[in-house]
Ligand binder design. Structure first.
Ligand SMILES: Cc1ncc(COP(=O)(O)O)c(C=O)c1O
Length: 408
């Protein structure tokens, strides 16, 4: 019998250098173990990705069904920048909520989710080698969008020591002068950091003016806040529109993560290049989805209050339980996450190693902090995306796991 020959690939074509430059996909290792656990039919509790588990409210789903069925004109290519009704609705939402005026014609843009807008913002503005200021840790597309566009991220560390808010004075002035823009995000993913008031935004506006850079504020968690806390909008600060823009998402607010609807607002000179690149690369958001977005933003917001209440119930249950079993867990003021230092006994381990051990031993999947940047090392992020009853079970497993301590 002839030994089986190793199959040679027919083609050898490398993907771009930029793609290779992306940091390794650190959730990959946890994903593999998660799949393995599912394959073995283990009872996995998946708290890894920020993927909302609650359904989209029925009135929004009904609007989509009705539009698709009865309005076939919506099946055609949409306008890349968003239909006028959607843009007017966004402008109205800002007026009502923050008292800020935007011209729907040139200061509002519909996005295929805010992730798309952030990535395209990088492509619209960056030439190879251009610097962008970005927090570390951060929501991954802030950093990866820069790298994919050929830019160079400059880290602004956000840690417990600085209350997860960048220290602008630490940025060397030659770096700030070179930087084209800055990404910030409050309420913050992954750290759950929040801003008390608008004073940081005021400093950022001064900084942007001094160094001629655009501020991109990611406001994906604007509505996921608790106990009367109202996250400030960057745009409500005087002078914001002259230096920046704000990115929004319907994914978390209305449990519409899979629908891919978001928007951004800001100074028209910053919106324009983004609109231009979108008109070349995509056709924007499916019109029926835009109309569902209009419904979401204009109908009763009771569904949002219900979602927030449910996340809070889960957060309180889990933090109280964790603190009891010896894993220090502060209760955040916003977002649907917990950002936790590794339990004391496990602090010699890396966050990736810890997350791998955790899923292997308990079936609980969490996101290793280092996956969001080097300054996230020593932490894990827990997304509260499974139903309330599961946290009791998770706590029983974690109690055993922590009591046992690390192997060896
Ligand atoms: C901070 C932040 N920005 C943006 C997004 C992406 O939102 P979208 O679904 O609108 O693309 C997420 C999703 O987790 C996020 O955490």
């Amino acid at each position: 019998m002839t030994p089986e020959k190793k199959k040679k690939p027919v083609l050898r074509v490398d993907p771009s250098r930029k793609l290779k430059e992306l940091p390794p996909y650190l959730f990959g290792a946890v994903d593999v173990l998660k799949k393995e656990a599912y394959r073995k039919k283990l009872d996995v509790i998946d708290l890894c990705m920020g993927n909302p588990d609650m359904p989209t409210p029925p009135h929004i789903v009904e609007r989509l069904c009705d539009t698709v069925l009865n309005h076939p004109r919506t099946h055609r290519y949409p306008q890349a920048k968003g239909m006028p009704k959607f843009r007017r609705t966004v402008a109205g939402w800002y007026r009502k909520k923050y008292g800020v005026e935007f011209n729907p014609d040139n200061e509002v843009l519909a996005l295929i989710g805010s992730k798309e807008g952030i990535a395209h913002m990088c492509m619209a503005y960056l030439d190879p080698g251009d610097t962008v200021l970005v927090t570390n840790p951060c929501y991954p597309v802030h950093r990866n969008g820069i790298i994919l566009a050929g830019g160079v991220p400059y880290d602004m560390p956000i840690t417990e020591k600085n209350s997860f808010i960048p220290v602008l004075e630490d940025i060397p002035s030659d770096v700030a002068r070179r930087a084209k823009f800055m990404f910030i995000n409050y309420p913050n993913n992954p750290t759950t950091g929040t801003l008390e008031d608008t004073s940081f935004f005021r400093k950022v506006i001064e900084f942007a003016r001094a160094y001629n850079l655009i501020v991109c504020h990611d406001f994906a968690y604007s509505e996921i806040a608790y106990d009367g806390y109202r996250p400030p909008s960057f745009m409500e600060v005087p002078g914001a529109k002259e230096v920046g823009m704000e990115f929004h998402s319907l994914s978390k607010t209305y449990n519409m993560a899979g629908w891919r609807v978001g928007f951004c607002v800001g100074g028209r000179e910053f919106i324009k290049p983004l609109e231009k690149i979108k008109s070349y690369l995509d056709y924007g958001v499916f019109t029926a989805l835009q109309l569902s977005g209009v419904k979401a933003l204009t109908a009763s917001q009771k569904c949002v209050r219900d979602t927030v209440k449910e996340y809070r119930r889960r957060q309180v249950k889990l933090t109280e339980g964790l603190n009891k079993i010896g894993w220090e867990a502060p209760l955040p003021r916003a977002t649907m996450y917990l950002w936790l230092r590794l339990p004391e006994k496990f602090r010699d381990m890396g966050s990736l190693e810890f997350s791998e051990l955790l899923i292997e031993e308990t079936g609980i999947a969490v996101a290793p902090g280092v996956g969001f940047g080097a300054y996230g090392e020593g932490y894990v992020r827990i997304a509260l995306v499974t139903h309330y009853q599961r946290y009791h079970d998770a706590l029983l497993r974690l109690k055993d796991f922590i009591r046992k301590g690390p192997p060896g």
